[in-house]
Design a protein around this ligand. Structure first.
Ligand SMILES: NC(=O)c1ccc[n+]([C@@H]2O[C@H](COP(=O)([O-])OP(=O)(O)OC[C@H]3O[C@@H](n4cnc5c(N)ncnc54)[C@H](O)[C@@H]3O)[C@@H](O)[C@H]2O)c1
Length: 268
């Protein structure tokens, strides 16, 4: 018996990166998942997960894509226990001065569209089914939800907005649906940036973070995807979690107690 036996879970951004790690762990804990992602999963991932996971292709900025995914969960698994808003993009620390105003506007629309509207639309599509099951919502935030310099102004503001979403939904949906968040620190994934800023093919893994990790992260290395996923199991499990709603687990390797190395941004 896993901690999530028979749970039906809807997650965005689960075809790769942290989201796929969550899906793998949730399946190992007995859950079945529906994934919405604009990228198709690798063939070996589909074969590995079999009928425990349904992959739907679509964009999190479209309400209909979320509605279809929730419908799939209800038809295939008979209920919905958990919604995980996770699909996101990063701004690669683009500073205010590095972006001409038109870029700033386009980047805002794309980053907030995916990181904030995508979470809201997923929550909207899932809320009735979660009310029926007394389920949970979990959102992937970031150290950038509470600290500066985990991104530029666009990403940092989008993750701070995610924090507001968690608090407001936890209030609105109590006592029926628990709403919590995980705020990871750096992870070596395929996290990419907005096409409107020409960053759609750049990934966080290409930046060489692992070389400086021991100096930046108090735990002395960049945690792996597998290191992060237990936080999601903890928040989704129904057995020992009664007091938690509106909570953010700062699962960031200790960045929150030390912050980043530079004293200021140098007004770049
Ligand atoms: N990688 C890090 O260092 C890091 C740190 C803190 C927080 N996070 C957060 O973790 C979450 C997952 O990121 P990741 O690192 O696994 O990146 P990733 O790129 O490996 O995974 C994100 C997934 O979301 C999907 N996606 C992106 N835009 C989408 C859209 N418009 N519609 C549907 N799917 C879309 C991608 O195809 C991808 O499969 C994000 O919310 C990110 O902000 C990442």
């Amino acid at each position: 018996m896993g901690r999530l036996t028979d749970q039906s879970v809807y997650i965005t951004g689960g075809a790769g990166g942290l989201g796929l790690g969550i899906v793998r762990r949730f399946v190992a804990e007995g859950a079945r998942c529906v994934v919405l992602d604009r990228a198709a999963p690798a063939a070996d991932v589909v074969a590995e997960l079999g009928d425990k996971v349904v992959f739907c292709e679509g964009d999190v900025r479209e309400a209909a894509a979320h509605q279809r995914a929730v419908e799939v969960a209800l038809v295939r698994f008979g209920k919905l226990d958990c919604f995980i808003g996770n699909a996101g993009i990063w701004d690669f620390n683009r500073s205010l001065r590095s972006m001409p105003a038109p870029d700033l506007a386009k980047g805002f629309e794309e980053i907030f569209g995916i990181n904030v509207l995508g979470y809201l639309l997923g929550a909207r599509a899932a809320v009735d089914a979660l009310a029926d099951s007394g389920g949970a919502m979990i959102f992937t935030l970031s150290n950038a939800a509470s600290l500066s310099n985990g991104g530029g102004p666009l990403y940092t503001a989008s993750k701070h907005a995610g924090l507001g979403l968690v608090r407001q939904l936890a209030y609105e949906l109590a006592p029926t649906i628990r709403v919590n968040a995980v705020a990871p620190g750096a992870i070596l994934t395929g996290l990419s940036g907005p096409a409107s800023l020409g960053l759609e093919s750049t990934t966080i893994s290409s930046l060489g973070f692992e070389d400086v990790a021991a100096q930046i992260v108090p735990v002395g290395r960049i945690p792996s995807i597998e290191d992060y996923v237990p936080a999601y199991v903890f928040l989704a499990a129904r057995d020992e979690i009664v007091p938690a709603t509106g909570m953010v687990l700062n699962y960031d390797g200790g960045l929150g107690v030390r912050g980043f190395l530079s004293a200021n941004g140098g007004c770049q």
